[in-house]
Design a protein around this ligand. Sequence first.
Ligand code: 2ND
Ligand code: ZN
Length: 367
Amino acid sequence: MSKHVETPVTPEAIVTAPKVLLHDHLDGGLRPGTVIDLAEANGYSDLPATDVDALGTWFRDAADSGSLVRYLETFAHTCGVMQDEAALVRVAAECAEDLAADGVVYAEVRYAPELFTERGMELDAIVEAVQAGFREGERRAAAAGRTIRIGTLLCAMRQNARSLEIAELAVRYRDAGVVGFDIAGPEAGFPPTRNLDAFEYLRQQNAHFTIHAGEAFGLPSIWEAIQHCGAERLGHGVRIVDDIKVSADGSVHLGRLASYVRDRRIPLEMCPSSNLQTGAATSIGEHPIGLLTSLRFRVTVNTDNRLMSGCSMSSEMAALVEAFDYGWSDLQWFTINAMKSAFIGFEERLAIINDVIKPGYAKLMGH
Ligand SMILES: O=c1[nH]cnc2c1ncn2[C@H]1C[C@H](O)[C@@H](CO)O1
Ligand SMILES: [Zn+2]
């Protein structure tokens, strides 16, 4: 084969392409076998299945509920087995290994430390255990010939009232690999403005944050996240399409909020498979990511919860290729969008774009 031939965009080839992931939950990405091992080791007896395949299927089916609240109930089992240092180190190390094996070169992985205190672990010890796990996973990936860098985002849960404390924790560990903050959990009834003190604190500290918004709830949630809270990115943000009118003749009109989001290049951390499960979209082909991409919003592609959706970064991209006929240049565009939107410093982002992403796609495109 001549070196100028483009590699076909197959699922297998997508695994080899460099990818960047900004929205992935640590407690939504465990290997089913690890959930079973940890449950045994820790005396957690509430698992709905104890066979690896059956448990994987259970997570996917239970999360496939059409409701964010029911989807979130499945996390009781993953968090249930992540209550000690050894479990957190293992889960974080395997997360880094799995992402690297899937061709992810940079990932921001998030979790809520407050969910791992059931057996008495302190918040600082939780963060230190997860950081140790990520570093171990990066080393194992390097030993297997793959380079991955993981940045951590700490989440506060919307239904709890600990966001300032978690924001302080994120700032305390900013030089140890915690690159930002998020709020997660049920959206309806818990507007992001309940956490204004945390966001105010983070801005004073020149720290970065994203907010889950516009997933299970509409435009007001996106508007609050950006204009009241000051979110730099939106977790999901799919409902921004409610502010976009496409007429029968194909002409498009953006409302003021949608215009603002596009004009300011506010990154959308889109997670198509997760949205199908929570009822935020009906099919990949009808997912707003198609329209938002064609309108050149700052769209990024993400996994959200690899265990609950049975997906990977590569499978999400492959599903989009199948639905929208995207080629390598589109996948490179998503990847560079994500790298530009990451919470690490400008020079590091630029280095990954120029040294890893562009050469990787150039090779696949036969350049
Ligand atoms: O898509 C989501 N929306 C809101 N919250 C979510 C989503 N996926 C996971 N979470 C929650 C459940 C986890 O326990 C928590 C922290 O990772 O974040
Ligand atoms: Zn999420």
